[in-house]
Design a protein around this ligand. Sequence first.
Ligand code: MRU
Length: 320
Amino acid sequence: MKNILSILVLKDYIKVLDQNLLPFKVKYVTLKSLSDVILAIKNMTVRGAPLIGIVAAFGLAFAWRQVETAPVNRGRFPLKQAAKQLKASRPTAVNLAWAVDRLVQASKEKCNLWEEAKAIMEEEKAACDRMGRKGAKLIKKGSRILTICNTGSLATYGDGTALGVIREAYRQGKIKVVYASETRPRLQGARLTVWELKQSGIPHFLITDNMAAHLMQRGEIDCVIAGADRIAANGDSANKIGTYSLAVLAKYHNIPFYIVAPASTIDKRIKSGKDIPIEERSSDEVLMIKGQLITLKGTKVKNPAFDVTPRNLITAIITD
Ligand code: MRU
C-alpha cells in the first residue's frame, strides 16, 4: 500500500499534487515563491491542516532564500510581512500559523529555513505513524467506520490522521468497511478520500452527507473517525463542516466518535471552541458544481468551511 506523495521537495523548489483536479487528473504543480504558495493554499490546490502547515513553511523558506541569494536586499527582509500574508491565506487550521511561527523563530536563531521546513515535513510524517499505531488500538475487529472530508496522504505528508488510523487498523485486519461522507460543498470525501481508499485497497462506500443518521439508526456504523484543523485547550475541535452533526448523531446512537490530529493542530492559546476563527468561503462553492449553477443565480448563501465539535461529544482525541 504505497501512498502517492502530496508534496515533492526538489533542490530549490517544491511540487505539490493539484488536489482540485483529483480524482480525474494526477498533476503536480511547481511552487517556487511565496506568492505561488499563498495562491496554492487559498485556492486549495493544497489543503488539509498538516499539509498546509508544511507548504506554508516552504513559502516562508522561499522568501528567506530570496534574500540569501540577493545580497542587495540583505537586512531588509520582509519576513514579518511574509508571515502575516501566509497566516491570512486560510484562517482555521492552526498548523499553518504554527509552522510559520516556528520558521520565524528559527530565522531569529539564524537557522536554515529550507532545512527547517524539511524537518517539519519529516516530523509530521512520523506523527502520522504514531497516531496510526495509537489509534488502531481503539478499533475493534470487523469495524465499519464513518469518516468525513479527507484526512489521508493528501492532507498530510504520510499516512494521514484519521485515515492514517483507518489504514493501520486495516493492515491489522480490523476494518470491514469505510463509509466516506462526500463532504459538500468541495467534495473532499468523494473526490479525495475515495481515491485514497481505492489505492489502498480498503473496502468502502461513498455516501452523501445526509445519509449518516439513517445508517447509524440501522446499526451499520461502529465508530466515527475525523481529523481536526484546530483543537482548543479544552478539547473543543474544529474540523470540516458537517463534523459536528456527525458527533451529535454518534452521541445519540451511542457510537464512539474519535478525533485524530498531531500536536501541531492543538492551539493552547485558545481556551474553547467559540474562539476558533471559522473560514467563510466563496458562495460559488455552494451555488455551483463543476462550474454549473445548481440553483437560481443570485441566491444568498452561507458557506462556513468548518464547524466546532464540543469536547463532551468526543470519545477520545488521538494525538501523536
Ligand atoms: O478545507 P480542507 O479540505 O483543508 O479541510 C480539511 C479538513 O477539514 C481535515 O479534516 C483536517 O484538515 C484534518 S486533515 C489531516
